[in-house]
Design a binder for this molecule. Structure first.
Ligand code: AMP
Length: 395
């Protein structure tokens, strides 16, 4: 894997694909600079070597040039985070961009305008990618969030940098973390899959059955498995057309020697609301008119015991409707268990959509080994797909 440390950027211009698709409020102020901070180590390495950095990113989904999606709104924020006055150029290709790059001195940083102001970007247009390639000597991809897209700046551009391309720090860390779970994870390896639907997680489940020792299934997916095995699920979320699939997953797991752990008890509610009445019920005997919205106490204990024996843990998806305080207990307890196992030396990776939101909301971010920054890219990695942005650097 080619990384930044394979290059000396002295007197070189690094063309860096970053993910600065940050949230802005109505005054165009950045409300969460996490993605800018995440790109900082890569930019600093280039500058400290004595090189200059040309940053390219998308912001939102503009249709053509739309002022509200201009990256000019975030120049001051980037300058503040990296501690260097960032220059800006109002196009990402063409003469104006080339001149701005030519005028760049070692130690300086230039931000190009939103890549998606050109429709060629998402189309993966080769001529557009070639124009981008004129803006640097070495191509660095540090945008994991778009690594699953074969866009011009994330994938196609790499073909113009034979031998002079590498992963940035952030992307390298993402790849290493995924490998630490799926390729060379220390056993026992446990995957926790929660969230709402079996249908959205099925490819992940099928891929990881070959890699893990324990599979914990929780959240809304529980009830499809419970009903398929003859249990009563009341009004709980359930995909009737996925029951056969659920049984086939359990069969495959058995054949592969994977231990599957499902909730044994749940917090059932008489409505989908935080102030609904609740009671603890067996996961396979939920009263008519009630629905399971969180893991029950015995389930939390069972999952804790599995997590504490694990050396490698992957977590994707909440164990309950954590957005409502009264149904967040299972998700919080799981986060606590994973934090404790991590403190004892386990490697833990949290990735994909809502589990990242939950980890942030409940403050587990610093207590797990790694929190992935890329929702879709992480999910596709867990599904076993090779991401075009990664393949392009390795080619
Ligand atoms: P996903 O995007 O598939 O990871 O699903 C995340 C969503 O699943 C969250 O918004 C949770 O509120 C929801 N969820 C988790 N457990 C349940 C449950 N028992 N019933 C309904 N929704 C749930």
């Amino acid at each position: 894997m080619k990384t930044l440390s394979d290059f000396n950027f002295s007197d070189k211009k690094a063309l860096i694909r970053v993910d600065f698709n940050v949230p802005l409020n109505e005054k165009f102020e950045v409300t969460d600079a996490t993605r800018i901070q995440a790109a900082k180590p890569t930019i600093i390495k280039v500058l400290e070597d004595g090189g200059s950095a040309v940053l390219m990113s998308h912001l939102g989904r503009p249709k053509g040039v739309q002022e509200e999606f201009s990256l000019k709104h975030i120049v001051a924020d980037i300058s503040e985070v990296i501690g260097v006055e960032v220059k800006f150029v109002e196009n990402c290709v063409g003469a104006v961009a080339e001149q701005a790059v030519a005028a760049l001195n070692p130690g300086e940083v230039l931000l190009l305008e939103n890549l998606r102001f050109h429709e060629e970007e998402t189309k993966g247009d080769v001529a557009f990618a070639e124009q981008l390639s004129k803006l640097g000597d070495i191509y660095v991809n540090d945008a994991f969030g778009t690594a699953h897209r074969a866009h011009a700046s994330t994938t196609i551009v790499a073909q113009f940098f034979s031998g002079a391309k590498c992963f940035g720090n952030l992307l390298a860390k993402e790849i290493e973390s995924i490998n630490k779970v799926l390729k060379d994870g220390q056993k026992p390896i446990t995957a926790v899959l929660g969230g709402s639907k079996v249908s959205s997680k099925i490819t992940i489940i099928e891929n990881i059955l070959d890699k893990v020792d324990h599979l914990i299934i929780g959240g809304g997916m529980t009830y499809t498995f419970v009903k398929a095995q003859g249990g009563k699920v009341g009004n709980s979320i359930c995909e009737d057309d996925k029951q056969e699939l659920a049984l086939s997953i359990l069969k495959q797991a058995k054949e592969k020697g994977v231990q599957v752990h499902l909730p044994v008890d749940v917090i059932a509610a008489d409505g989908f609301a935080n102030d609904a009445n609740t009671k603890i019920e067996p996961a396979n005997a939920i009263s008519d008119g009630w629905e399971g919205l969180d893991a029950g106490p015995q389930t939390r204990q069972n999952f804790h015991d599995v997590i504490m024996q694990s050396k490698t843990i992957l977590w994707n998806g909440p164990l309950g409707v954590f957005e409502m305080e009264n149904f967040a207990k299972g998700t919080i307890a799981l986060g606590d268990s994973i934090a404790e196992a991590t403190a004892n030396g386990a490697f833990s990776l949290v990735g994909g959509g809502d589990s990242v939101a939950a980890v942030k909301q409940f403050g587990f971010g610093k207590k797990v080994s790694y929190v992935s920054t890329g929702g879709g890219a992480m999910l596709e990695s867990l599904e076993g797909k090779t991401l075009p942005g990664i393949v392009a650097i390795e080619a």
